[in-house]
Write a protein that binds this ligand. Sequence first.
Ligand SMILES: [Zn+2]
Length: 305
Amino acid sequence: MRVGLDVGGTKTDAVAVDAGGAVVGRVRLATGWGPEAVTRTVIEAVGALSRDAGIDRARITSVGIGIPGQVEPGTSRVMHAVNLGVEELDLAAATATALGVPVRVENDVKAAALGAFVLHDVSGSMAYLNLGTGVAAGFVRAGEIWRGARGTAGEVGHISVDPNGPLCRCGQRGCIEALAGGGAIAARWARPGALPVRDVFDASDAGDPVAAALRAGLARGVASAVRVLVLTADVDVVLIGGGLTALGDRLVGDVAAELSASASASPFLRSLHLEERVELLPPGSPAAALGAALVGATRDEVSVP
Ligand SMILES: [Zn+2]
């Protein structure tokens, strides 16, 4: 039995995966803030799987953790997980004694990419494009995460696509994330509400010009990300996941219209059939936690179809 945790900014999603790769238990709990609290959350999540989901603790052979931060390749050291209040933390070192099994750590988007590849039954190559507070992608080829030389492969959020566009938190202008990141959109919308991006779509439908501009920017940013992913890696599928997928057809429709407009202007882009390569991961999918469980499996246990 392998356990996978997706440690998010507010919630941690934990799954237990059996030898056949099926999710046999799932719990969610609130994520703590800061290195000690995040460490405690990880240990508690494994405890909750056994207490609340009936997973026999003795049968757990590994724990994999997906976390929103940079993970130094080949280590379990997490850096700059700003949404968790963690500057630097060796998560395996901090939890292995309490958990008593091997612990491996991966960037959350890369883990989600692997989980999505398996759940969505993708054959060939795939880019997973995560649309949440930020924008990032992960590549999976032949069932394996492709990290690049320093783990940066897929960080498409900070490719600038408009030198005159809005300022990004990274210091550049017109980054894909500045256009399509939920956090950037919420900051520019600057009105109260629990679901700011949905509010932007509603206000745009009601004729608000500021909302319409933000919504158009989101579609432009996502379409740019799709073009970048296909033009650099020529993946078979770009699978879109993350919190913004709750917008469903409203998001897909906008992005499809944007891709179709660029295809009608360019025979080259038309020949790439970008629209046909884009798919949506169903909201609430356990992709990230499942991917973490697969990452967490020790080498000889790894068997991703
Ligand atoms: Zn940026």
